[in-house]
Design a protein. Structure first.
Lengths: 581, 419
């Protein structure tokens, strides 16, 4: 509880802009804890700890009258009165204390807080005026009051206060942070960015605050913000601020581009490391890979640490689908003289997964054999599964089956289902995959197909899914189109699947004829509205706006109850907007 | 082709007697997209068709000819329409005849101009948004076109958020360093010079006079936000220096208040000018004073008045809605204090118990004007730099309906107006 009180104090004091005061309070509380004296202040803390607010108030009042630690007594009363909803009772106390110590910023801040809490804006303004009168050269009253006004949602009043402060004190540098926050609150994004740029150039630790303030910048204003932070000179604070805000805008790669041009000193490397973690936390593994790779490449650290960095970069690369980089980083980690424990626990499994992902199943298999003695059963089974997938990716379904059998994975229904599907045994795949529980895109596609057709065998379908597993989407699309002539009861689904693969690769010229076939030959199929929508999108990407509009209109008029109608309407709105701009 | 077919079919007067099947466009809660329903109606008229506005019937529904092209447009826009059988239509007409309802024939799509700067400032314009969303075509005009007399080409003119006193909405107080503001000042000063006016206030007063003449000649004027208040200040202060030094280099005439000629104004009288160039208000016309912290009033909700449809068709048209109480929204001018209203004005909506009203209408010369306070009905706290409101997220907005009522109101077939 005492620690909780201390945290509360720190938070309150931070709101007032003085962490130092918070630290002083910690010291006070620390001293109290060690001394265990029975003073009224101490009794007040104890009562507060028990939640006996009236008693705590009485003790703090007693402490205040006794002299001694006035600050702690007043802050205690502020907390307790707040709990009792008697904040107005604090005001006469503050009047007395302020009369005795008119230049003490702590009590003035408490007074502004209390008046704000009570909603007495006019009195708050008067209190501020008195503070300025008593401490005319002190920037604190302007800063505290401007912050209070910002918190109250009165940015224009805050602007007036800061403007007045600048005139009274002859410089705006004292208030750069407040000015920057103010401009952001007012929606003056480039003005805010300019002010933040000045702040973070000299105080890099405020880059997180600037990113937080600039996060709501609308899309149209973001390029201006970017230009301000990217302008020379290149500073750590500016680049870190921009990188953080880019992450928040969902543009992690742009953030990394901003950060990566820093000279690789220890502060920059720490920033890269931190950014990599943030990108990874957002699931942007490609950017995380780049950041971790840069850290690993730039660090002049000793082998164990270097190995850890390389493994982290390798892991991010693998999650990003970049198996070659994953393998390279893993090999680098293993080449650093990594300890056997880390090698067995982390590096080798990563290497096996990377090899399997590359379709180098034999190498993965060999590595697994070498590693097997270090691994427990579950880790071994997991990696054996990866190896089996490696064989699939290399197109060797027979070896994949052997690997599954050798690893004792015969009970793995999902794996068995996939292998059956690859062999074109749709009946067996239908039974086995129904129980799969990892809803990957490929699995959803497979289940949709198996539910749609009554066919029990179709080799060409197996070939299509093998190509898909090998990440050869062009070949997979060709096979799906071929399969549509064989598995006729699922023809529109197979054509749509092929078209989706082309669309994902931005191969609109290949996708359009397929969408067209679905719309024209299978108008009653569930895929037809999607085909219309995507056909239109493909035409729009090719700048055929009229053609696109006719597709979307066709969708709306032909399939009025389709769930895609709102999307088609949005597309029409967007296309008309772009046509007139 | 389709439009021509529509025109041929609806030009036959027989449709009004039941020979042409009709579509009902309900405007109560059955309607999926109220805003686009106005566009559907407008574009049907534009294609040569006729329609009817059934005042107070199902939220102010429309009757349109049941033609494939109308159905197609409704489906594309997501507007709810329902074919209405002759017997049902007769029953509806009976209900309309015996209740506080009326049927107004809509026969001509008005030509529309929006007074809007060539390069948009960092705030949106609710009318432009509504027209674009409803797919109602319009033309942008600015100072050059207005001074050249181009307003005669249009039936209906909307005034964008503009300060006709020429004081740049007093945005120099807070935004003097903003690039968009500096650009606006230079643009307006250039325009004044090019068009032969000594100052920006003189130019804007010249524009205000053209707008007034447009109304006098029979035009329909619709203004929102600061354009309402400043238009009248510019008209009443035509021969008075009502501007601070930022705009014309000279201080305001100390006796400006007394010299105002309110007989020249459309809606307001006896208002008092804000004399301080550092207070972001123009006068005491606005009840909310959103940009003056010490005077700012909180937002409430305003209530649309109910009018006798058969006797006050104009006022009735302007308040057709599926809601009667609408949340208020701020603007440079949010509301109009009752004490400054001319007695001939028709108050269309007010906030109960408040000393201000929200929505007013009146006649002037052969034309009429309608003023709606506030900036954006779906963005009550609208601030500079905020992104434009996406109306596809507010297809049933009752506040935006008020704007679109105004667009269709000039389409009504002229008949003796009692208002």
């Amino acid at each position: 509880m005492v620690l909780g009180v201390a945290r509360w104090c720190l938070r309150q004091c931070d709101l007032g802009g003085r962490r130092v005061s918070g630290a002083v309070l910690f010291a006070i509380l620390g001293a109290r804890l060690s001394a265990q004296d029975p003073s009224p202040l101490s009794a007040g803390y104890d009562a507060e700890q028990r939640g006996d607010w009236p008693e705590a108030a009485a003790q703090y009042r007693k402490a205040l009258h006794a002299g001694g630690n006035t600050a702690a007594s007043v802050l205690g009363l502020e907390r307790v009165f707040s709990e009792l909803n008697h904040t107005d009772s604090l005001l006469p106390v503050l009047d007395t204390v302020i009369a005795q110590r008119p230049k003490d910023a702590l009590f003035r801040s408490v007074q502004l807080r209390a008046l704000r809490m009570l909603g007495r804006q006019d009195d708050e303004r008067i209190a501020f005026e008195h503070w300025v009168r008593d401490a005319p050269k002190d920037p604190t009253p302007y800063r505290d009051y401007a912050r209070a006004l910002l918190e109250e949602g009165r940015p224009q009043s805050a602007d007036s206060v800061l403007d007045r402060a600048q005139r009274a004190l002859g410089s705006g540098r004292e208030f750069l942070v407040e000015t920057a926050q103010l401009r952001a609150t007012m929606g003056l994004w480039d003005a805010s960015a300019r002010a933040w740029r000045t702040v973070v150039d000299s105080a890099a630790d405020l880059s997180a605050s600037s990113a937080y303030a600039l996060r709501p910048t609308p899309s149209a204003s973001r390029d201006k913000v970017r230009a301000i932070f990217l302008a020379p000179p290149v500073t750590l604070g500016a680049r870190r601020a921009l990188a953080t805000v880019e992450l928040a805008w969902g543009a992690a790669n742009d953030g990394w581009m901003a950060l990566s041009s820093l000279r690789p000193d220890s502060a920059a490397i720490a920033a890269w490391d931190e950014f990599g973690d943030a990108a990874a936390a957002q699931g942007d593994w490609r950017t995380a890979r780049d950041a971790f790779a840069a850290v690993a490449n730039a660090s002049r650290v000793q082998p164990p640490a270097l190995a850890r960095l390389a493994i982290r970069a390798g892991d991010a690369a693998l999650r990003a689908g970049d198996a070659p980089a994953a393998l390279a980083f893993t090999d680098r980690a293993l080449a650093t003289g990594i300890d056997s424990g880390t090698a067995a626990r982390v590096a080798l499994p990563l290497k096996i997964r990377a090899l399997a992902a590359l379709g180098r199943a034999s190498d993965a298999d060999a590595a697994l054999r070498a590693y097997a003695k270090f691994a427990d059963d579950s880790a071994r089974a997991r990696l054996a599964r990866d190896v089996a997938w490696g064989y699939v990716r290399s197109g060797d379904i027979a070896r994949a089956r052997t690997a599954v059998a050798a690893a004792g994975l015969g009970d793995d229904r999902e794996l068995a289902g996939w292998l059956a599907l690859y062999a074109g045994d749709l009946g067996a795949a239908r039974t086995a995959l129904r129980q799969a529980d990892a809803p990957t895109t490929d699995l959803v596609t497979a289940l949709a197909l198996l539910a749609r057709t009554r066919a029990d065998t179709a080799a060409v379908v197996g070939h299509a899914f093998v190509d898909l597993a090998r990440n050869d989407t062009t070949a997979a699309a060709t096979q799906f189109v071929a399969a549509s002539d064989v598995v006729r009861d699922a023809a529109p689904l197979l054509l749509a699947t092929a078209a989706r693969l082309h669309t994902a690769r931005r191969e609109d010229a290949q996708a359009i004829p397929l969408w067209k076939r679905v719309v024209e030959q299978y108008a009653d199929a569930p895929e037809a509205p999607e085909a219309d929508l995507e056909w239109g999108r493909a035409l729009a990407r090719g700048h055929d706006v009229q053609g696109a509009l006719s597709r979307w209109e066709h969708l709306i008029l032909t399939y009025p109850s389709s769930a895609l109608v709102p999307q088609a309407r949005r597309e029409i709105e967007a296309a008309r907007g772009s046509a007139t701009s | 082709m389709a439009a021509a077919a529509l025109a041929r079919a609806t030009r036959v007067d027989l449709w009004h007697h039941g020979a042409v099947p009709m579509l009902l466009v309900p405007m109560d809660d059955d309607q999926q997209n109220h805003l686009k329903a106005y566009g559907l109606t407008y574009n049907t008229l534009k294609a040569g068709g006729k329609g009817e506005w059934l005042l107070n019937y199902k939220g102010g529904s429309f009757l349109l000819p049941d033609l494939p092209e109308v159905r197609r447009r409704a489906a594309l826009a997501g507007v709810t329409v329902a074919p209405i059988a002759d017997a049902d239509l007769e029953a509806a007409r009976g209900e309309i005849a015996s209740s506080n309802m009326d049927s107004i024939v809509l026969e001509k799509a008005p030509t529309i101009a929006v007074y809007s700067p060539p390069k948009s400032p960092p705030w949106d314009d609710a009318v432009t948004l509504a027209l674009n969303y409803a797919e109602i075509p319009f033309t942008n005009v600015w100072d050059e076109q207005v001074i050249a007399g181009d307003l005669t080409k249009y039936d209906w003119v909307h005034l964008f958020h503009e300060d006709f006193t020429g004081q740049f909405n007093k945005l120099y107080i807070n935004s003097r360093g903003a690039p968009w503001f500096m650009e606006q000042v230079v643009r307006d000063q250039d325009a004044a010079k090019r068009l032969g006016f000594p100052t920006v206030p003189a130019l804007k007063k010249g524009v205000a006079e053209q707008v007034r003449a447009f109304v006098q000649r029979g035009g329909f004027l619709f203004a929102m936000c600061g354009a309402t208040e400043t238009l009248d200040l510019a008209l009443a202060g035509h021969d008075v220096d009502i501007d601070g030094p930022f705009s014309d280099g000279t201080p305001m005439d100390p006796n400006a208040d007394a010299k105002m000629d309110w007989s020249r104004a459309l809606a307001f009288q006896n208002a008092h000018l804000e004399t301080s160039p550092l207070v972001n208000a123009m006068s005491d016309i606005d009840g909310h004073q959103a940009n003056v912290p010490s005077r700012k009033q909180p937002l409430g909700a305003f209530t649309l008045f109910s009018f006798a449809a058969k006797f006050d068709p104009v006022a009735s048209m302007l308040v057709q809605n599926h809601r009667t109480v609408i949340p208020d929204f701020y603007g440079v001018t949010t509301s109009f204090t009752k004490a400054t209203l001319k007695s001939a004005n028709v108050v269309l909506a007010n906030e109960e118990g408040a000393p201000w009203v929200k929505y007013i209408h009146g006649d002037s010369g052969k034309g009429s004007w309608t003023f709606l306070g506030g900036h954006d009905p779906e963005d009550p706290q609208h601030a500079i730099g905020n992104p434009a409101t996406d109306l596809s997220l507010h297809p049933n907005s009752p506040g935006y309906r008020l704007i679109l009522n105004n667009v269709l109101f000039p389409a009504a077939k002229k008949k003796p107006l009692k208002t």
